[in-house]
Ligand binder design. Sequence first.
Ligand code: NAP
Ligand code: G4F
Length: 321
Amino acid sequence: MRALITGITGQDGSYLAELLLDQRYEVTGMVRRSSTESFERVNHIKDKISLVQADLLDQLSIINIIEEFRPTEVYNLAAQSFVPTSWNQPVLTGQFDAIGVTRMLEAIKLVDKKIRFYQASSSEMFGKVKEVPQKETTSFHPRSPYGVAKVYGHWITVNYRESYGLHANSGILFNHESPRRGLEFVTRKITDGVARIKLGLSDKLALGNLDAKRDWGFAGDYVRAMWLMLQQDEPGDYVIATGQTHSVEQFVSLAFSHVDLDYKKYVVTDPRFVRPAEVDLLQGDASLAKKNLGWEPRVSFEELVKMMVDADMERLSSSTK
Ligand code: NAP
Ligand code: G4F
């Protein structure tokens, strides 16, 4: 089995590469050209994978990589994934997260229609939610250029499945986190902030809307669901979530209390981190994934928060020694 992962240098790409290597796949990662290479998240496995340059913006580079490597499975994880950036760079976000998906699908259609395809869709598509919890049949109402682009990516995946018979799958993943999460996302910003305050490197943490609620799971659990989707006889769309929702404030409170601190003494709100349109509440229903894929999350919310705080404490303690 040969897998091509776009976005291999990201949080999910690194966990998925580990999982596929364990299953004895040959793994190729698509990376975009940069003047400085930062492959931090995959450094520990770099001898076991191949990294090849191509870009979601460049159709020919995608065709070439698929033609040359001939993957049996393609996981399209690459994206401009930070919601606030999508208001500042809406056109680029659309190019990566919407049209980029069409480029991937066109390349597969051209080179080999038997290649199985995974699209990284998002619970941000539900936006101003129409029902609680959200499932595969819940209609979309995205609230950011990112969410809008992901809706396009989702439907073009469905469309290529229905039009050309591709084994094209859309995983509608709710927020998933880990010690490898980018520092700008709220969970990692909090756990990094907690560790800095505990170690005396900082004395406050500025956040935006503390009332927003998310269904947070562990990234290592969620990449297993991606792989399971591509092992089914029939392609499909699946919500992947824990089914539980917590507010940002609850995450903050648990993270601070894990190192015996009272968050009220350190957290300040800053309007710079408040969004023009908010997604107030996400809570997913993953019963279809449980039934068809046998997928269930293994790491609880409490375990996730503690894992992330502990990892940031360890990283920052060793860097200050
Ligand atoms: P991430 O850590 O931000 O990683 C994004 C990856 O995309 C990076 O490897 C990045 O490469 C790559 N990339 C961006 N633009 C590219 C381009 N033009 N050409 C090639 N590669 C490009 O994101 P993640 O959290 O792992 O998420 C993976 C995917 O799942 C994304 O599509 C995201 O939108 C989606 N998703 C994530 C979540 C979540 O909670 N994490 C939930 C639902 C859906 P560089 O290293 O060069 O920047
Ligand atoms: O961690 P966030 O930036 O993640 P968001 O916007 O939910 O998006 C993430 O999950 C999506 C799946 O639903 C993915 F598709 C997407 O790629 C990304 O991985 O923000 C979570 C919540 C928001 O409601 C935000 O307003 O936290 C709130 N928040 C409050 N203070 C903050 C902050 N978010 C950030 N990033 N920074 C803050 O200071």
